[in-house]
Design a protein around this ligand. Structure first.
Ligand SMILES: Nc1ncnc2c1ncn2[C@@H]1O[C@H](COP(=O)(O)OP(=O)(O)O)[C@@H](O)[C@H]1O
Ligand SMILES: C[C@@](O)(CCOP(=O)(O)O)CC(=O)O
Ligand SMILES: [Mg+2]
Length: 338
């Protein structure tokens, strides 16, 4: 039995625009998906996903065709859920040159689903790592990140960047621009997350931006402007001392860029009333800046605040179901049981 866990992430800046080749800076946070992989005698894959609905469910299938789950879960949820685990298993089989390998897989996660914290990437990264290790063919981190990206790319119909999967694999803050992915030295930023209890459909939201961008030059310009602000943000991070707590002036400047980034994402149609409400609650509470994180449509916002004011204000904000401090996960994917 092999167990691996991989972190979720917040976007400091650059989601959506990163899909079109602009740079983005996500940072891994200490909320993890844990995947257990146990090789089987046959070629079946049995998946237990405890967190996918109130009751969780178990599904067993061979060669990618899902049987009925054990409990009553709507089929689209099962299909949506199985997509990522299925793609991770396929990548592991391919990497280990074991096309008929079967597994018992268990997924547990404290990353809210579809909320912009990269639960899909964490499940795929931990899944491929656990399954390849279970077959005695561990991958180095770069290859693991690459295979995890390919899995997300497939499930999201060719609409995925390398940002989430690279960040979850490496941990810490990273910079992604097209195929170019590098860890960056960043100071420990005081992230506060607000979660509206809901989710957005990543594929649909990405497709919406794609259409807007194709239709209007000003939407394409908006995407480019996001790239410009990411470059400005990177410059600020590069000048900061990663060993020290960030200076108030740095937080103020990063916060201003986050506010700007949220405005541009809202212009691209991916915010939501609940996300805007949480962003404003954070700003009113004195956060340096706040923005939605991830695909949007519902889910999470991220704010910068070293005091407790934002977390407290969010916890009293109508529409915010959970507010928490998100510590930087300096370690990416890791082995819990070899
Ligand atoms: N605990 C889990 N168990 C199984 N699958 C999961 C789990 N968490 C996330 N997933 C998969 O990831 C999908 C959500 O990914 P996505 O829509 O990209 O949102 P995000 O990555 O922002 O959380 C879920 O529909 C499911 O397929
Ligand atoms: C919108 C996007 O930039 C980020 C999606 O993040 P999440 O899956 O919502 O956590 C898509 C991508 O980069 O693949
Ligand atoms: Mg995702």
């Amino acid at each position: 039995m092999t167990v691996c866990e991989a972190p979720g992430k917040v976007y400091l800046f650059g989601e959506h625009a990163v899909v079109y080749g602009e740079p983005a800076v996500p940072a891994a946070v200490e909320r993890r998906a844990t995947v257990t992989a146990e090789p089987r005698e046959d070629d079946h894959v049995r998946v237990e996903a405890e967190d996918l609905s109130l009751d969780g469910f178990t599904v067993e299938y061979a060669g990618g065709t899902s049987d009925r789950p054990d409990v009553d879960v709507p089929t689209p949820l099962v299909e949506a859920a199985m997509g990522y685990v299925d793609a991770a298993v396929e990548q592991a089989r391919d990497a280990a040159d074991a096309p008929d390998a079967g597994f018992d897989i268990t997924v547990e996660s404290d990353i809210p689903l579809g909320a912009g914290l990269g639960s899909s990437a964490a499940v795929v990264v931990a899944g491929i790592d656990a399954a390849t290790r279970a077959l005695g063919e561990p991958l180095d981190r770069r290859e693991l990140a690459d295979r995890a990206y390919r899995a997300e790319y497939e499930v999201q119909d060719g609409q995925a960047s390398r940002a989430d999967t690279f960040c979850s694999t490496m941990g810490g803050a990273v910079r992604v621009e097209g195929d170019d992915c590098e860890p960056i030295d960043a100071p420990n930023l005081p992230f506060v997350v607000g979660f509206d209890g809901g989710a957005g459909d990543t594929g649909e939201l990405v497709a919406g931006v794609r259409e807007l961008r194709a239709e209007h030059e000003f939407a394409a310009d908006t995407v480019e402007s996001i790239g410009d602000l990411v470059r400005a943000g990177e410059g600020l991070l590069a000048d900061a001392n990663p060993e020290r707590d960030p200076e108030p002036a740095l937080l103020a400047e990063l916060g201003e860029l986050m506010d700007f980034n949220h405005g541009l994402l809202a212009a691209l149609g991916v915010s939501a009333r609940s996300l805007d409400a949480m962003v404003w609650a954070a700003r009113d509470a004195g956060a340096h800046g706040a923005k939605l994180t991830g695909a949007g449509g519902g889910g999470c916002i991220v704010a910068l605040d070293e005091s407790d004011a934002t977390e407290t204000a969010l916890s009293f904000t109508q529409g915010c179901e959970e507010a928490f401090r998100a510590e930087l996960a300096t370690e990416g994917v890791r082995v819990v049981e070899p």
